[in-house]
Design a protein around this ligand. Structure first.
Ligand SMILES: Nc1ncnc2c1ncn2[C@@H]1O[C@H](COP(=O)(O)OP(=O)(O)OP(=O)(O)O)[C@@H](O)[C@H]1O
Length: 209
């Protein structure tokens, strides 16, 4: 569950003050955040993930006001409760697919379960890549690995930044449906930010910045 209240932010030395609409998602509710380039979508996502600190306002995840806790507590909280799907891939190149998922669970201080990993890879249709190294994955396989990395630790909230920007129509639908399915399986909130209007019909709840 995630709520925000009167979030504002500005970058150091920049005059523009971002003021974001409130978000209030109950368990398993999803949200699409649309808006033109430069409007502040990634900025909002980084505030929701606790990667940026607001000037005012709150982000509450599962009852925790994430900007009121220390940086080290926030790192730990993020690692355990938030799943991030970023445009830039962040898998460790020297590890294979399963090892990357082990590392993700280790960093989240969650037990390493091969049963969960096998199930997840099967759901995402990448079981054949279990022992593949990262640089041998296709674009689609690496996109699926990003999703696996974002959900393997069973987060309360999954945040995805433009997950479909480089995909054709068919793969765009596949990736969003996978994210929605994984969020449902783990009872997480899914928040996707995008300027890709192809995604809109797949969400019942959306806001435009
Ligand atoms: N680190 C930064 N320092 C100063 N300004 C920044 C910084 N990061 C982003 N901005 C500015 O803040 C504004 C919002 O950026 P942001 O990346 O949040 O927009 P966006 O809606 O996600 O855009 P896009 O759809 O193109 O990714 C832009 O004008 C951008 O130049």
């Amino acid at each position: 569950m995630i709520q925000t209240n009167n979030l504002t932010f500005h970058y150091k030395k920049e005059k523009h003050l971002f003021s974001f609409p409130n978000i209030d998602l109950k368990e398993r509710e999803n949200l699409l955040i649309l808006g033109k380039s430069g409007i502040g979508k990634t900025t909002l996502l980084h505030l929701l993930a606790g990667l940026l600190t607001p000037i005012s306002g709150k982000v509450v995840v599962g009852g925790v006001d994430i900007h009121s806790i220390s940086y080290s507590e926030l790192d730990k909280f993020r690692g355990q409760n938030i799943g991030l799907v970023f445009q830039k891939k962040h898998a460790i190149q020297s590890l294979n697919v399963v090892e990357n998922l082990h590392a993700r669970l280790f960093l989240s201080r969650k037990p390493i379960s091969n049963t969960i990993i096998d199930f997840l890879l099967e759901q995402l249709d990448v079981s054949d890549c279990k022992t593949s190294t990262i640089n041998t994955l296709s674009e689609g396989q690496s996109q699926r690995l990003s999703i696996a990395m974002a959900v393997v630790h069973n987060p309360q909230v999954i945040l995805a930044d433009e997950p479909t920007s480089s995909l054709d129509d068919a793969n765009c639908k596949v990736v969003i449906e996978l994210l929605i399915k994984q969020a449902k399986l783990t009872n997480a909130n899914l928040i996707v930010i995008t300027h890709d209007h192809r995604i809109k019909p797949l969400f019942s709840n959306s806001i435009t910045l």
